[in-house]
Design a binder for this molecule. Structure first.
Ligand SMILES: [Zn+2]
Length: 183
């Protein structure tokens, strides 16, 4: 800031000549920064906040590089290893207790998770040939209006039987492919 001041101004340097560029530097850096998810336990409010604030301060002061939104640079941004360990442990960003509480409100997903837990084929891993629901989305039911137009599409809690069979076949194929000696 001092060098810049003497390059462009004939006047003696004042505190404001340093403070103003420094503040705009901090502001510009923070404008580029998206808070990455802290690795602290989300239930530990103090630690969570401290990590967020610490990261922001480091970015503002130029110690750390700004973190971009993961949606924009998903492949370049590595997940914090501590956070990854936590995710691996839980298996999802939704804690198990919250997942159980949510189950009644998302019957299709709950059914899928129950099937996977019991070792049954995951019907949502294949496309439904009946209702054309894509992979990962529950089967759906169409409500037809009075003049033949499709009024609404509502997700079904259970998959169409053909889809379950298809998933079972695929699981079998995958197993056979994994054990060619036994086959
Ligand atoms: Zn279907």
């Amino acid at each position: 800031a001092a060098r810049q001041h003497y390059r462009t101004s004939p006047y003696q340097i004042q505190p404001a000549d340093v403070v103003r560029p420094w503040e705009s530097y901090r502001r510009n850096r923070l404008a580029l920064h998206w808070d990455p998810t802290p690795s602290a336990d989300p239930d530990d409010q103090a630690a969570w906040t401290a990590e967020l604030v610490g990261t922001r301060r480091a970015v503002a002061a130029g110690i750390a590089q700004p973190a971009y939104a993961p949606a924009i640079t998903s492949s370049q941004e590595r997940i914090n290893p501590r956070l990854q360990a936590r995710l691996d442990q839980i298996g999802s960003c939704i804690p198990p207790a919250a997942r159980a509480a949510l189950a009644p409100f998302r019957p299709a997903r709950a059914a899928r998770e129950a099937a996977v837990a019991q070792g049954l084929p995951d019907a949502l891993s294949v496309r439904c040939e009946w209702c054309l629901a894509p992979v990962g989305e529950p089967c759906r039911r169409r409500r037809i209006g009075p003049n033949d137009g499709v009024r609404a599409i509502t997700p079904r809690a259970t998959s169409h039987p053909g889809r379950v069979d298809l998933a079972a076949q695929q699981a079998q194929h995958a197993e056979q492919a994994q054990q060619p000696a036994l086959a």
